[in-house]
Design a protein around this ligand. Structure first.
Ligand SMILES: NC(=O)c1ccc[n+]([C@@H]2O[C@H](COP(=O)([O-])OP(=O)(O)OC[C@H]3O[C@@H](n4cnc5c(N)ncnc54)[C@H](OP(=O)(O)O)[C@@H]3O)[C@@H](O)[C@H]2O)c1
Length: 440
């Protein structure tokens, strides 16, 4: 099987995609066939040899800490999961996620949220659990309390805003100016542009500061924590003496795998209380590029590696297939003499446009391609645009008033890479046409 490994510590050039043997699970473990793996800042720290848990003796080492996929094998003592189950997991450091099959402790694994595809599910575990443990286990955040989250538009931050809101807390967050609408849409009550404003001048005292930035941001945060409140960081250990003087609790923590917490997070996602935002998708062979993008480019939400090119099929319920079957039968002029099963098969086999997703305002990263379909007389036409930081700066590709199929082709031709998703926007009263296939 293929895996992305390092044989020495260093820059992105030390990462190599290699053929290695598949591991077999111990009694308490499972093997996951990986569909997608997420990319986190810690992966680059491990690659550089700056993460103390991974040392020379662990080399060669497979990078990556969280995955989605399906159970491929189960250890003898494991109950509650069986082969074929769709799962996601935050892995302990001895198991890498940038590979086609990964071994995981069964306690780290949970059923994937029904509402997500494999890419969305892979984006959740490490960042989601980090946000959960920081806010609730270490920060003790309660309903009705106030929290300031630094770095709210990133992988951990975008979950933290939504978890805190779901809990009933009031949320302030610091972000870049271009992310203000994005985090407002996630539910933030006060949004502060960290480059233009001093948060300590504009935020009323809070019960908790959740620090995803460190450095002087952390130092300045002491002044906004109420007495008996908390300053919790994912980065550096806060000044304990200063915390004691101010009568606040201050700590740094390392997130730990936890299948039970993943199940709680999955529930919030399936209830529609938490959205997962994937800012960029790369192939397994582009893992080095993906790590560099996370560090250097302004990416909203998460970066994910698509490990299996052909995703598992999206979940289509029986009722949808029935309606689609009926529609195809209608479109064919209601021919007699075919069994119902024939039309069901036809409905189930309609082409899926895996690269195309439904457009939702503020959830489309800058640089993405969007096809907008609208009514033009009695026909539906589309045009393609590239999203910029502000609507006025969007690039509109030539050839407005295109037929839908021409718009799909034009958008596909303008993608920066074959992994880049394309978003489809339908203006009011434009229905998705089954002849265009199905959106992934
Ligand atoms: N201890 C643990 O267990 C643990 C677990 C997970 C993560 N972490 C650490 O936590 C940090 C956050 O992780 P992540 O995955 O969320 O990273 P990320 O996805 O790279 O997000 C970082 C976000 O912070 C923003 N930002 C940068 N400087 C800022 C500032 N001064 N004020 C406010 N926002 C700022 C960035 O926006 P711009 O692009 O606009 O700068 C970006 O949106 C990382 O350093 C990571 O290593 C630790």
């Amino acid at each position: 099987m293929q895996a992305v490994r390092i044989h020495r510590f260093g820059g992105p050039e030390v990462m190599a995609i290699e053929e290695i043997d598949r591991a077999t699970p111990a009694a308490n473990e499972v093997v996951i066939k990986v569909f997608a793996a997420s990319v986190n800042p810690v992966d680059a720290k491990m690659r550089e040899g700056k993460y103390p848990v991974v040392t020379e003796k662990d080399l060669p080492y497979v990078l990556g800490r969280d995955v989605s996929g399906e159970i491929a094998a189960v250890g003898s003592d494991v109950s509650g999961v069986t082969s074929g189950d769709k799962v996601f997991a935050f892995l302990s450091p001895e198991h890498g996620g940038y590979e086609e099959f990964v071994v995981a402790d069964a306690k780290e694994v949970a059923a994937q949220p029904q509402a997500l595809d494999a890419i969305g599910a892979a984006a959740v575990p490490l960042a989601g659990i980090t946000a959960w443990q920081g806010l609730f286990d270490h920060g003790g955040l309660q309903a009705g309390q106030r929290v300031l989250i630094h770095g709210g538009a990133g992988g951990v931050g975008h979950f933290a805003i939504q978890f805190a809101k779901a809990k009933g807390a009031w949320v302030a967050t610091t972000v870049s100016s271009s992310d203000k609408d994005f985090v407002t849409d996630l539910g933030a009550d006060q949004v502060i542009d960290y480059k233009a404003e001093k948060f300590e001048s504009v935020v009323e005292p809070v019960d908790l500061v959740f620090d995803l930035i460190g450095g002087e941001t952390q130092e300045r945060s002491f002044s906004v924590v109420k007495p008996k409140g908390a300053l919790i960081s994912t980065l550096q250990e806060p000044d304990k003496a200063r915390a004691k003087k101010l009568n606040i609790c201050a700590a740094r923590y390392t997130a730990q795998p936890n299948g039970d917490q993943l199940r709680e997070i999955a529930q919030l996602i399936d209830q529609g209380k938490v959205k997962v935002v994937v800012g960029s998708i790369f192939g397994l062979a582009q893992a080095a590029e993906a790590q560099s993008a996370l560090k250097e480019r302004h990416i909203r939400g998460k970066v994910v590696l698509k490990v299996v090119e052909q995703q598992q099929r999206p979940l289509v319920d029986e009722e949808t297939i029935r309606q689609r079957a009926y529609q195809i039968w209608e479109d064919e002029g209601r021919p007699e003499g075919q069994e119902l099963a024939h039309w069901y098969r036809a409905a189930d086999a309609t082409e899926v446009r895996y690269d195309f997703r439904r457009y939702r305002r503020n959830f489309v990263p800058t640089g993405s391609l969007v096809i907008k379909f609208y009514h033009s007389g009695d026909q539906i036409r589309g045009y393609v645009r590239k999203i910029a930081d502000t609507d006025a700066d969007d690039t509109i590709f030539p050839g407005e008033e295109m037929e839908p199929e021409a718009a799909f082709k034009l958008a596909a031709a303008h993608r920066a890479s074959s992994n880049e998703p394309i978003y489809v926007e339908l203006v009011e009263r434009v229905e998705w046409n089954s002849e265009w296939g199905r959106l992934a």
